[in-house]
Design a protein around this ligand. Structure first.
Ligand SMILES: [Zn+2]
Length: 127
């Protein structure tokens, strides 16, 4: 990921956020600063340099170095209800008993939250 992590180090609480990872070799769970990948396993009987599987954070949506938008989309769809108008293609988001025509904004906002400082739009532009 080439995202700019500058504002993560300015002392706000974002710097405290940790992501959970799983060592594929010994199944030890480890925590790393959000947006970073573990370098090696902290388990003294293992100490392997991976592979690791992300259990939380933006790397859930990555397959190695590759961003997998479908994983993010599936995750967003699992926690929300959307419908798309057949003719206008406007996406509606269901909230508090009503469908609001702000589906796209909701998806963008959730993506931003899930990906931290790396908005999905930045990544999909890197083709
Ligand atoms: Zn390990």
């Amino acid at each position: 990921m080439t995202c700019n992590a500058q504002h993560l180090t300015t002392g706000n609480d974002k710097a405290e956020i940790l992501d959970k990872w799983l060592c594929n070799r010994c199944e030890e769970e480890l925590e790393v600063t959000k947006g970073q990948k573990p370098r090696s396993c902290p388990n003294p009987n293992c100490l392997k340099h991976g592979p690791f599987t992300a259990l939380s954070g933006p790397y859930l949506y990555f397959n190695g170095e590759k961003f997998v938008p479908k994983r993010l989309a599936d995750d967003i769809m699992a926690g929300n209800h959307f419908i798309t108008h057949k003719e206008s293609h406007v996406m509606y988001h269901y909230k508090d008993g009503i469908y609001n025509p702000d589906g796209e904004e909701v998806v963008k906002e959730i993506s931003r939250q899930k990906l931290g400082s790396c908005p999905a739009s930045t990544m999909s532009r890197r083709r």
